[in-house]
Design a protein around this ligand. Structure first.
Ligand code: SF4
Ligand code: SF4
Length: 96
């Protein structure tokens, strides 16, 4: 389930979600099992199972849990600093 807001900002305006590098991903499904927010899911294409980011906004802002458990090092997130800055800008804009 997605959170609707983070620090007063609509969640869908915040750039924070996992990204899968398919050059590295071995489709083990560990991230699908691990993330209790159901950010990931499987997709089936031509009989092949592929792990995908199903709901970007479900990802908890600043969580990096799945990065640590991915055995292939295939998951990355945006820069924390940049995301923090963009949240601050959105908060400032909301006040004006
Ligand atoms: S845990 Fe890593 S390797 Fe396994 S399906 Fe997820 S992204 Fe791919
Ligand atoms: S960072 Fe955390 S909330 Fe986001 S997808 Fe990974 S485990 Fe789920």
């Amino acid at each position: 389930m997605s959170e609707n807001e983070y620090d007063g900002i609509p969640r869908n305006k915040i750039h924070w979600a996992p990204k899968i590098d398919y050059e590295k991903c071995v489709s083990c499904g560990k991230c699908v099992e691990f993330c209790h927010m159901q950010t990931f899911d499987f997709e089936e294409k031509n009989g092949k199972k592929k792990t995908v980011v199903k709901d970007q906004n479900a990802c908890v802002v600043f969580c990096r849990g799945c990065e640590d458990i991915c055995p292939a090092g295939a998951i990355t997130h945006p820069s924390e600093e940049e995301t923090r800055r963009s949240i601050e800008k959105l908060q400032e804009a909301a006040l004006t």
